[in-house]
Ligand binder design. Sequence first.
Ligand code: 4AD
Ligand code: MG
Length: 469
Amino acid sequence: MVLLQRQRVFDLLKKDSSSLLNKEINVKGWVRTRRGNKNVAFIALNDGSVIHNIQVVVDVKSFKDDELLRKITTGSCISVNGKLVQSQGQGQAVEIQATEIVLYGTADPEKYPLQKKGHTLEFLREIAHLRPRTNTFGAVFRIRHALSFAIHKFFNDSGFYYLHTPIITGSDAEGAGAMFRVTTLDLENLPKTDEGKVDYNQDFFGKETNLTVSGQLEGELGALALSNIYTFGPTFRAENSNTSRHLSEFWMIEPEMAFYDIHDNMDLAESFLKFLISYLLEHCEDDLAFLQKMYDSELIERLKLIVDTHFERLTYTDAIDILIDSGHTFEFPVQWGVDLQSEHERYLVEQQFKKPVILTDYPRDIKAFYMKLNDDGKTVRAMDVLFPKIGEIVGGSQREEDYEKLRGRINEMGIHEEDVWWYLETRKFGTAPHSGFGLGFERLMLFVTGLGNIRDVIPFPRSPLNAEF
Ligand code: 4AD
Ligand code: MG
């Protein structure tokens, strides 16, 4: 095969690809379809760089190797040399007149699972190793990339530093207790103490360790030195929640800011979310249009609404009053003190305000130990951002910066002081008012793709009884 520089389909289909027009080029990719007759074959080729395929036209008569042509079926992988020309047919501006084709890999039509179109998302989840080759997952993963990039851009441009917090920790930030144990002990033959308990002194780190549920506590250490930091990494929760909004392994973005109070925190969360969504509207037009067409006819309108509207802000207490006064029957009854369920959150966002809502000042008993206590002694300076279709997308708070109050909360919650002594020390040495929040990356992905199940917005989902790929 004549050696030519490979071009991405994305670049070939760009409006200003004219410099390549009528030139010999190379393109490589996976065959989506092949059709035609005994004179001419049309191959739709996709290389994942863009949702659209490039059409490869083969003049069958002048093409000597028809054995090879027969093997070019849906799913096979080929390299094509040919001339990029203006398309004669409808539906595409340019196409390639093939001069040479090399077949890298066949895909037996009898066995290739993606031979036919129109599989359900549930079925595609069972073939997570192949689903990136579908239009839907190509779009989702390109959007996932763009969103990650936009997150770093937003923080970098705002003077935040990216802090890498550990994946393996000896602390439990959320106090939820549902964590994945990390150990090198022989589970068939556990070392025991004199009291008959497992002897973690003999474990790899000489203590009990787990996969982190949040980078926040370490993030706070960074903020109390660098002022503004953010983390962006995987977090792990061993809760047995089999819902369309929970994963056992998900990615979280956690900014933490010295000298921010809860209002600064809310302002940051709102402008951050607006920036991310505007970025996608600007950079992922084709993929969003595809998802809108296939899954959610109001997708782009809903994204624009987020960018254009001011988020409603109200206290938990006011929200409870609204829910009670609504007369609506909820599966989980509402009264002051209960943790809000997604049906409550969605009622506020979708029925009451018809826009994103930020709820503040939750009861202390349903929130984590590190949240700053309000003067009423009953509520804490928490803030949750609630989105249409999703419910909670961001959880955060102003942090308790007072050493004695924080110690009090730690003891009250039954956390051992010696496990978090280093966290407490930041309140002893140069403490400062500070705030932060956590954005669930996949919850935002759900929102921006219009898909209904969180397992479809991460390449290899982890959920109870599911870690195949
Ligand atoms: O509300 P959460 O538990 O807050 C924290 O972890 C704090 N340490 C954040 C902080 O203040 N730095 O989780 C934050 C967000 C939630 O709002 C939700 O979007 C997402 O993380 N989230 C999950 N996403 C997918 N699967 C799960 N199991 C999730 N649990 C939380
Ligand atoms: Mg939360």
